[in-house]
Design a protein around this ligand. Sequence first.
Ligand code: FAD
Length: 379
Amino acid sequence: MFNLSLSDEQKALRDLARHFTQNEIAPLAAEADREEEYPWELLEKAHSVGLTNITVPEQYGGGGLGYFEDCLVAEEIAAGCAGIYSTFVASTLALTPLNIAATPEQMERLIRPFCAEPALAAFCLTESGAGSDVASVRTRARRDGDSYVVNGTKRFITNAGVANLYTVTATLDPDLRHRGLVVLVVPANTPGVSVGKKEDKMGQRAASTREVIFEDVRVPMDNRLREEKEGFRLVMETLDKIRAQVAASAVGLARAAMEAAIKYAKEREQFGQPIASFQGIQFMLADMDIKVEAARLLVWQAAWLADQGLRNSYESAIAKCFAAESAMKITTDAVQVFGGYGYIKEYPVEKYMRDAKLLQLYEGTSEIQRVVISRSLLK
Ligand SMILES: Cc1cc2nc3c(=O)[nH]c(=O)nc-3n(C[C@H](O)[C@H](O)[C@H](O)COP(=O)(O)OP(=O)(O)OC[C@H]3O[C@@H](n4cnc5c(N)ncnc54)[C@H](O)[C@@H]3O)c2cc1C
């Protein structure tokens, strides 16, 4: 049976996230952006109402819900502040390899205590020489007895310095490229782990983005996910699963920009009438809505496939690419609807536009999504 309606539980979760966003996130968004400070009390509140660790199984202290439900929450939170949402999705991204590949013992030891407290995790993949080309990772994991000794520097890591847990992709031998990668779970307080410079960003400024440095960090083999050399596949499976969430956050951000543009268009008068009466403005609003609705359906498809345990690389790449590019276009047009006021920080839409740009870059750039899509078309 084909059905696109939400269950009562799903509607209740979406409404919870919507109210939480309106009451707790939206009022703090402008200041968090200006001050580049993450409002910590938010995480505690989100944890207490069950809006964190949604996809972690209930038996380990998580929400026990699917990626689809996580996308419902993502859309709502990102509508309030995409930067604050990035801290949530970066944490889910870091926990996803554990959800996919951890043994019950690893979940019990590493994830149950993590979920018991308000806490964030971080996904440490990118390096200065390894961005889109993941197989170029140089952070080394050298076997020493029943441990790995990890050395290297990760770049652009969301939640770096504030996370309790790092999921780290390292290489056993850089010459092996894809076949050399291994994924290790590293508690942030392990000796030898430190953070480097904080990035001064264009947008999504509420999220902390820094280097993470590993100097002779001893990680027990028991913290390795899957077998040696299976790291690359695990990273790819993780990104496939989580791209729908990033796409959902693009839908939320775009929706918020569209709603702001509609409200302003009805209020602002020029030539003796609201600017909403001009067809040029009406069509811009209609095009925004077409993109929001279409992107949401693509998100739902990609997340539903992930929850069925079905491969969704192609669908999640389409959803991420379309939603991110739609968010960029919609937020830029929202500035246009606001005219000169759209360019001024006192109004909300310039932040939406700055925040949207990151969605075309992280978790795989729009070009990399097109690589995934065209590979699927041409195979
Ligand atoms: C604010 C922020 C937060 C981030 N958070 C995290 C995080 O938490 N964890 C993490 O691991 N990483 C994170 N990243 C890193 C992010 O995922 C990478 O920046 C991204 O994957 C692109 O890598 P790069 O910056 O090295 O760009 P490059 O890979 O150098 O790409 C440069 C340009 O070349 C294009 N390009 C590259 N390869 C191809 C190709 N084959 N075909 C066509 N075009 C191509 C790209 O699309 C891009 O336009 C974050 C980045 C930012 C800016």
